[in-house]
Design a protein around this ligand. Structure first.
Ligand code: SF4
Length: 510
């Protein structure tokens, strides 16, 4: 995966990347604006649906069932796809997937590849590999085209250029066009549309990802809003689809549920604008379509999650991006701070869990407030907040936690496990804080407290602790009870006597 490997991305740590993002006011405003809009749209669409929770549960059950029987459905899909005339390949690693793609491109003597809907190819760094053998990869989703021009990676699963405004986009497209384009969305989209039209016609290969692969017919399904994926899958003579091995669903009936959950969760749309089902290359009676079609099924770490009780549900993800829009951390730092292909809560869990070596994880699992908003937003109910805790725990268990934090936690446990120690530490703390507390606040901005106190206030220890107050209160209560005890006892006795006189049974009548 991009940015992985050494706990850093582009040489920077998660904290350093987050700092850069937090100091970029423009990025923060742009990301907040768009995620708020997407989140609002999603809430409206799910309210209008009327039965959202029930459908969420159906979606979850479909994904759980499919992943639990992934070998069966993958085999069914492959058999059917091959019967449809598709060349199916399996790639265990990113290198294998790249090698297969390049071999096809070389055999076809390809000069240009048009691409659409392909987060998996981002994960594999396929564009660089294609360029290295002289093939020109052209992204055709508007947002992807923009960030390709900018030489960046996507900062959101479904809105890759979420961090840019129309003025920045106009600057980029003006350089591409060789003339000044107005920062008007119609003008800009019109330019890209005309430019890409010729690229579709020239391209030797069309390359796509895959939203869902239908096992019962060996078909692949693409959801999109711009119509470019249709061009990519119908104009070039050769088509390559790269799909993560978990993209399978059993049947078209299951697609109905997914087609309800995905667009509503992603953009608040009731339905995506274009939904294309592709079942093999062009047949003699078809008006268009590729003569040759390849599907490359990519593992690249996914089988590490399969069979893992804590992470298998990650394979249920339908890449809608709703967890990003709901996440208070993502909304402040945007996608690039996560340092990988996938960002937000899903990226924070996916990135480490796709890597075997715990030593190579960075601190991305700590970039979460564990508020659970991601779970609430997720259309297939993936418990991402639990997984973030599992990741933190695994890292510490395997000896790769923060040493200062680990020592601090051990000390904390030792103090909290004995009340005598706790009282002594409180006393010492009250004495020691005289040096650093001002107006009831401790504002140390060095050492382990630096990060915390830069953005928050640590209250100083009060003169009288809760324990001191509780001791006094308890004594007062005891005293009060003693005073009222004789009176209360007399009243109880009276009640019992009255009941006996009235012939009651002593219970059952309140
Ligand atoms: S984890 Fe859930 S909300 Fe996030 S992208 Fe995947 S399906 Fe969507």
């Amino acid at each position: 995966m991009s940015g992985g490997g050494h706990g850093h991305s582009n040489g920077a740590t998660v904290k350093e990347r987050a700092d850069i993002a937090l100091n970029n006011d423009f990025l923060r405003k742009a990301v907040k604006f768009t995620t708020e809009r997407l989140k609002g749209g999603k809430l409206k669409a799910t309210d209008e649906h009327g039965n959202w929770e029930e459908w969420r549960e159906r979606g979850k059950q479909i994904r759980l069932h499919t992943v639990a029987h992934l070998d069966y459905y993958l085999n069914q899909f492959v058999d059917n796809a091959r019967a449809n005339g598709v060349h199916v390949h399996f790639a265990d690693t990113a290198e294998e997937a790249v090698h297969i793609s390049l071999s096809i491109a070389e055999r076809k003597k390809a000069k240009t590849v048009v691409k659409s809907k392909s987060m998996v190819t981002e994960e594999l760094h396929l564009n660089h590999a294609l360029e290295s053998i002289g093939v020109d990869p052209i992204e055709t989703d508007l947002g992807e085209y923009i960030i390709q021009l900018a030489g960046e990676t996507p900062s959101h699963i479904i809105i890759p250029a979420i961090h840019k405004n129309r003025y920045q986009i106009a600057d980029l497209l003006s350089v591409d066009a060789g003339e000044t384009l107005e920062p008007d969305t119609q003008v800009l989209a019109g330019y890209v549309r005309r430019k890409l039209r010729t690229k579709f016609l020239e391209a030797d290969i069309g390359m796509t990802g895959c939203n869902f692969a239908i096992a019962e017919t060996g078909s692949m399904v693409l959801f999109e809003n711009e119509g470019n994926a249709r061009m990519v899958t119908t104009v070039p003579k050769t088509q390559i689809t790269l799909m993560g091995m978990e993209r399978i669903i059993p049947s078209w009936a299951d697609l109905e549920v997914m087609a309800t959950l995905l667009p509503r969760s992603a953009t608040g749309q009731k339905l995506t604008v274009y939904m294309s089902g592709i079942t093999g290359p062009r047949r003699s009676e078809d008006a268009d379509g590729p003569d040759e079609m390849h599907i490359i099924i990519v593992d690249n770490g996914r089988s590490l999650q399969l069979g893992d009780p804590e992470f298998q549900e990650l394979l249920n993800c339908i890449r809608c991006g709703a967890c990003l829009n709901a996440c208070p951390v993502y909304r402040h730092i945007g996608g690039h701070a996560y340092g990988g292909t996938y960002s937000g809560p899903i990226g924070a869990v996916l990135k480490p869990s796709l890597q075997k070596n715990v030593a190579e994880w960075d601190d991305i699992a700590n970039a979460s407030s564990l508020c659970g908003a991601c779970y609430e937003a997720c259309p297939v109910k993936i418990p991402l907040h639990d997984m973030l805790i599992y990741l933190r725990r695994r890292k510490i268990e395997q000896g790769h936690g923060d040493k200062v934090e680990a020592a601090g936690m051990k000390g904390f446990a030792a103090i909290m496990s004995k009340s005598g120690r706790f009282k002594t530490v409180l006393k010492l703390g009250k004495l020691g804080q005289k040096l650093v507390a001002r107006n009831g606040e401790i504002r140390i901005k060095v050492g382990p407290l630096k990060g915390w106190n830069s953005y928050r206030v640590t209250p100083s220890l009060p003169k009288k602790s809760f324990r001191d107050g509780w001791g006094t209160l308890e004594a007062e209560l005891r005293h009060g009870l003693q005073e009222i005890a004789p009176e209360a006892r007399a009243r109880m006795e009276q009640i019992v006597k009255d009941r006996a006189k009235g012939g009651g049974h002593g219970h059952g009548h309140g």
